[in-house]
Design a protein around this ligand. Sequence first.
Ligand code: ZN
Length: 567
Amino acid sequence: MSDDNMKMPKFSEIEYKRPSVEHFRECAMSTRLKLMTARDPEVVESAIMAFQREMSAFDTAFTICMIRHDLDTSDEFFNSEMDFFEENYPVISDLSAGVYTALLHSEIRPQLEEKFGTMIFRKTQNQRDIVSSEVLDLLAEESSLENDYSQILSEADILFKGSHNTISTMTPFLESTNRAERKKAHRAVSDYYAAQKPKFDEIYDKMVKIRTEIAHKLGYKDFVELGYKRMERYDYNEEMVKEFRDNVVKYIVPLTSEIRRLQKNRLEVDHLYYYDLPCLFVHGNPVPVIPQSEYFETGSKMFAQMFDKEPSFFQVLGEHDFMDLFSRQNKSTGGYCASLLDYGIPFVLMNANSTSDDVATMVHESGHAYAALRSIDSSQFIECLSPTLEACEIHSTAMEYLSYPYMEMFFKEHADAYREQHMTLALLFLPYGCLVDEYQHVVYKNPDMTPEERHAAWRELEKKYQPDIDYDGDEFYNKGGAWMKKEHIFTSPFYYIDYCLAQVCALQIWDISRKNRKKAMSIYDHLCTEGGTKTLIDLVEGAGLESPFSLDVMKKIAYQVCDYLNL
Ligand code: ZN
């Protein structure tokens, strides 16, 4: 999005055309040939840039198709176009891998590294380290198991208060201010999972074995090693992550016990049971006081003030239809921000439904959108525009904290309650995220554990990270079943610690913003502008923050959050 918005297209007016796989193949082949024979960096550059344009066009077509499909899942045309991409994306990835391999093996690689930077080479090498033709069948099996789990969950039908519910429509009941109702709701959810337990155990057992087999075939000791490679962890390792989790146990877990003690007093109950935990306030969690119809205008004003720029990026995106905020029939659930690379414009999709999550989600996705706009010129390579996932989540999570001073615009007199809730949830999340992470280390280091042994291992770890949880005799949870509710454990192994690392970095930005707003904004902007040109710790330190693995940082964050929440 350039400064002259006159030329910016409206999303609704962008034409969609199915890209040609044949054309892509020809281009990939000829690029590869040029790279293999070229002795002149200029020739390589022009060849690889031409190929980048093809990749960008293909990806842009896919993104337009995905968004139009998500905006109206009943649209037959985009439904079948999605099938086209599902079928052909692996072909495109394979062809691209061939091109990049030629780059990796170029005789003039030192000159090319000088010209392009080393990041694209590291990424290419990493890609080669995680797949080989030998494991393609196993990868297909792995992804089919992931689909099985998601499919079962999406078909969940929980009968509650006389009506049929999905997992997500149960959420308001789980947070209900009526204790008897939320107890019943929690029991209904636990009954659902208990009934699925044999199927989920079978799926997970197969997943663990297949992932381990893939790791062995690729030459790794276990799936932990491969999992770290898949998550592109270039500058930190297992020991550092373990130390991070230990720091959370030492400095954050005690604070969560204090949060629970205060919550118990606030709810006026003698003892907190697991079904009380999601209900933080006697009168329920704060919801926006303005109607949904005012979200856009209010958001536009907020971001204009925050960045001292009128109109704000948020307003410009919205006015050009690059935003779809509200829940409706036939629209995909959830929220995301996806970039149309050819246009350099991000699209924000979410499903506001007048709950307390609306504002945090809108701000979160806008953080991703802001970063996408700021990093558009950071690299010649589309692969390097966006950083690894933990760093992306700093963009979005930090924006949530930077929006604190403006929350009166959405919550009026409830703004303090919103901020308290938001910070409380952030703190409670850290031990949970580490629990999910350590569990997966245990599982993949001991791939021959039986399902029952896995459940027992989870229950033990729960006592370390969530010492205050009391399952009130619920058998499913008491035997260690709660991990089955976390989709990432099944579908995105080792992803979860990324949110914790991002949280600690975002909290540093929050801490700085309390003393020096201008400095916090400039650190934030710097981080976004760098895109994916560096690895996590280089990005964070380059922006003037400390590594999330630092013990001092953890102590400082714990101290400041304590102060903020009056713990
Ligand atoms: Zn995010």
